[in-house]
Ligand binder design. Structure first.
Ligand SMILES: [Zn+2]
Length: 152
């Protein structure tokens, strides 16, 4: 630290955080806290550069331009820590929801009451719907997953 005087030091820190390199390092340290893992230091800078340059969501089905209400996000795999791509906040939320959902997204027959049951767990919360009309329930499942899960 170049200054012993705390006021000057604060000014220096503030200036540093507002500089381009400072902004980058602040962002990278936030991402590291979120669990982003890169093998080499310059890969963090690559991710930052990708993030900085990105103008619209890199999810092909979305392609939306970022806005104040839907900002860009660095997306990484929560299991491995590896960088995936830059996507909009809306897609990021859907992706996270999908990752946190269990694979039990099936319809089964409840023999006793002769109904069909659809069950899905999202973020550890169980959602369930029953119907005697299988076709209706299949449609419901599709709509539900389109709304709450990210579909590839
Ligand atoms: Zn998107």
């Amino acid at each position: 630290m170049p200054y012993k005087d705390p006021i000057k030091r604060d000014e220096y820190n503030k200036e540093y955080r507002q500089s381009e390199i400072g902004k980058m390092n602040v962002k990278i340290s936030q991402w590291k806290k979120l669990g982003l893992i890169c093998e080499h230091d310059d890969e963090y800078e690559y991710v930052y550069d990708r993030w900085w340059r990105s103008e619209q969501c890199e999810e092909p089905k979305c392609n939306t331009k970022y806005s104040e209400g839907n900002k860009k996000c660095m997306d990484h795999c929560h299991d491995t820590g590896l960088f995936r791509n830059i996507i909009c906040n809306s897609c990021n939320t859907k992706r996270r929801t999908k990752e946190n959902s269990s694979g039990t997204t099936h319809i089964y027959k409840h023999g006793k009451y002769n109904t069909w049951v659809y069950r899905i767990t999202i973020n550890k919360r169980l959602y369930q719907k029953q119907s005697r009309d299988l076709e209706w329930l299949k449609k419901y499942k599709k709509e539900f997953e389109k709304k709450y899960l990210y579909n590839n």
